[in-house]
Design a binder for this molecule. Structure first.
Ligand code: ARG
Length: 292
């Protein structure tokens, strides 16, 4: 209690100083300056002094660009798994794709330098949750379990879980999947749903979609369940494969954030919503995905 009061006073002093000493640069902020910035906003109606004193870094604001912290000052660190065309994949040494480009626009708008880190898909949520990365963007589906660990942005794309089979397969629809060996990328929604619906013993986990497709080609699995855009890319890149017409599940893709960094989530959301509204996101999607 005492501590909170002391910090509150300090916050008040800096708020007063900021108010009278002529404002602050508020685009991207270190945790140090965020304490001041967040206290500056407490002079308005809704006082968040108690919150900001106990948890400087997670202070939220309605003024999206005003107050947030990042792991490294001035840098937006994005974790992805770059084995997922057309959302994220390598072109030479560079990670490109829809997510990479949308993230670049977000970083530009927030005045941050984007840094993309390629990690295993199942390391993204824990890494974001523990504050190692600022956000996770990886064609990632908003999912109940993940929501227990991280927060999600406004959705920016729709994903569909699709089924890849060999051209000569006896699997004609998802009704034929019972008892078949199903290849998936570990910890993806394809993995989660297939394990629930067809039993874990029938699901073979791979580190990425490309390896799952290799498993299908060599007969280790009878099909691969994966998001439809990468599925189309794999079918196009590999002879003798096709997609089932039936969609297995329809989902929303969004960016995940630490629950401790609501301010960053709000700042990104506000920029992302504008980029969706003005057609910029669609423009990027159209560049990578041609309508059938
Ligand atoms: N949408 C699926 C999920 O969220 C798969 C995402 C895989 N993404 C990737 N970059 N490997 O589970």
């Amino acid at each position: 209690m005492k501590k909170v009061f002391a910090l509150f006073s300090a916050a008040l002093v800096s708020a007063l100083c900021l108010a009278s000493c002529g404002g602050t640069d508020s685009t991207s902020s270190s945790s140090e300056s965020s304490a001041q910035e967040s206290s500056a906003s407490t002079s308005s109606a809704e006082s968040s002094a108690t919150e900001s004193s106990s948890e400087e870094a997670s202070e939220g604001s309605t003024d999206a660009a005003a107050e947030f912290t990042t792991v490294t000052e001035g840098v937006l660190t994005m974790a992805t798994n770059a084995e997922f065309p057309p959302y994220e994949y390598y072109e030479g040494d560079t990670i490109v794709g829809i997510d990479a480009e949308v993230a670049q626009l977000i970083a530009d708008e927030l005045g941050l330098t984007l840094e993309i880190t390629d990690v295993a898909f199942d390391s993204i949520v824990p890494g974001v949750q523990s504050g190692k990365y600022d956000m996770g963007m990886a064609g990632m589906t908003i999912d109940e379990d993940r929501l227990k660990s991280v927060n999600f942005s406004t959705p920016y794309a729709t994903g569909i879980q699709a089924v890849i089979v060999t051209e000569d397969s006896d699997i004609a629809s998802i009704d034929d999947l019972t008892g078949k060996k199903i290849g998936v990328q570990t910890s993806t929604t394809g993995d989660i749903y297939a394990s629930e619906d067809y039993g874990m013993e029938n699901v073979v986990q791979y580190d990425n979609g490309a390896l799952a497709v290799e498993g299908l080609k060599s007969g280790k699995v009878d099909c691969v369940i994966i998001d439809n855009e990468p599925a189309k890319a794999y079918v196009a890149a590999n002879e003798g494969l096709k997609l089932l017409e039936t969609e297995y599940a329809v989902e929303d893709y969004a960016i995940c954030f630490s629950k401790e960094n609501a301010a960053l989530q709000e700042a990104v959301n506000s920029v992302l919503e504008d980029l969706i509204a003005d057609g910029s996101v669609q423009e990027i999607v159209d560049k990578y995905i041609t309508a059938e």
